[in-house]
Structures are given as C-alpha cells and as structure tokens.
Ligand binder design. Structure first.
Ligand SMILES: [Ca+2]
Ligand SMILES: [Ca+2]
Ligand SMILES: [Ca+2]
Length: 216
C-alpha cells in the first residue's frame, strides 16, 4: 500500500500542479520580457542622445573651422521672428587664389541657414553650375543664435567692452538701417554662435566664439 502511493507520487504531477507551474512560468516570462524591452528602450534613447550630441559637435566644429579660415562674412540675416530664417554667408579661399572660386571641387561660398519653422540647419554650397543645399543636423534646432562683434573698440558706444553690430550700424562707419549689412560686416571679426538642439526629451545648448582671423 505504502509502496503503491509512492509510485503514484513519482508517476507525475496533478493537473493543478501543472497549471500552477505554467502560470508561474508565464508570469516570470512576462516580467523578464518587460525588463528586457525596457532596457532596450533605455539603450536606444541613450544612443539617440549620444548621436545628437556627437552630430551637433561635429557640425559645430566644421562651421567653426570654415569660419576661422574664412576671408569674411558676405552677408548675414538675423531672424526677426518665428517664421524668419537666420542665415550667414561667408567666403573661404580654400585654394588660396584670393578670388571667389565657384567651380572648385571644394566650393568656397558657403551659407549656413536655420529655419525656425522646421528647426532645420542646412548648408548651401554655391558653385558655378549648381547650388547644393543639404541638412546638417537630423535633430531639431530650436535656436541658432549669431552675435556679431568687432574689435574696433572706438565704436563701443555704451563702453561695455564689446562692440556689437548694432553699435557699428549707429556709428559713423555704419549705414544706420538697423541691419547687419556690408558697412558693418567689414568691421566684424568675432562671431558668437549659440545652438540649442532638441534631442527628443531635453535640450542641449552649444556655444562657441569664432575669431575671423583671416578676414581680409
Ligand atoms: Ca579661391
Ligand atoms: Ca558695447
Ligand atoms: Ca547696417
């Protein structure tokens, strides 16, 4: 009798035991899968943030390098509102012939443009046969700030140690039209850039100063 009971126990599990086991396995599986998916999402988000930071730094470094070598600003337009783009065109004499080379493999006249309505920062290169525009950053750019300054301290009207394009515009060398155009740009040799980039759930701010040391 005792032997028989033992044999019955060893023979297997009751249906209830099997169902309980399956239920526990199911719960455990769901928990494990959930954890795996969550950590995958976190990894993806972290990667996206890193990519945005990396991409922004690369774009900023490129812009700074090109501006540093630049022979001067050809034109600037600063956004006056939510639908008005900011752009900046400069010439960099890459082949050193002291002329605007438009057929070079390395185009010399570059325009960086930020459109606040789309949040896109793009680069346009002009050649004699084409004007090519391509986006610089995949991420949304919330602000592209451009401050134009001059080392001509004699025009620092408010004496704060910094000569702005507005002060140049109002000075005898400016044309008093409240726009940063030719007469003032000839004196601008320091550009401060601020880039505010939205990386999905936060914004990152990048700021840099460019000395236009090659300005002709
Ligand atoms: Ca050239
Ligand atoms: Ca000032
Ligand atoms: Ca002006």
């Amino acid at each position: 009798m005792i032997r028989r009971i033992g044999r019955r126990d060893a023979a297997g599990f009751t249906l209830v035991e099997v169902l309980v086991a399956m239920g526990l396995l199911g719960v455990l599986g769901t928990i494990l899968l959930g954890t795996a998916l969550a950590s995958n999402t976190v990894t993806k988000e972290t990667r996206a943030h890193t990519d945005v930071a990396e991409e922004t730094r690369t774009a900023m470094e490129r812009l700074v390098r090109e501006m540093r070598q630049s022979s001067g600003l050809e034109g600037v337009h600063l956004s006056s509102g939510a639908t008005d783009a900011t752009w900046m065109t400069f010439w960099t004499d890459f082949n050193g012939d002291k002329a605007h080379t438009s057929n070079a493999a390395d185009p010399e006249v570059l325009t960086y443009r930020w459109d606040p309505t789309t949040g896109r920062l793009s680069l346009t290169a002009q050649t004699s046969t084409s004007v090519e525009t391509r986006p610089l950053l995949a991420a949304k750019v919330k602000t592209f700030g451009v401050l134009l300054r001059s080392s001509s301290w004699e025009y620092d009207a408010n004496g704060d140690g910094s000569t702005t394009w507005e002060e140049l515009d109002a000075s005898p060398v400016g044309n008093h039209n409240n726009l940063p155009d030719d007469p003032e740009l000839a004196y601008v040799d320091l550009v401060e850039l601020t880039l505010v980039v939205d990386d999905g759930d936060a914004t990152q701010t990048y700021r840099t100063q460019v000395d236009l040391r090659n300005r002709s």
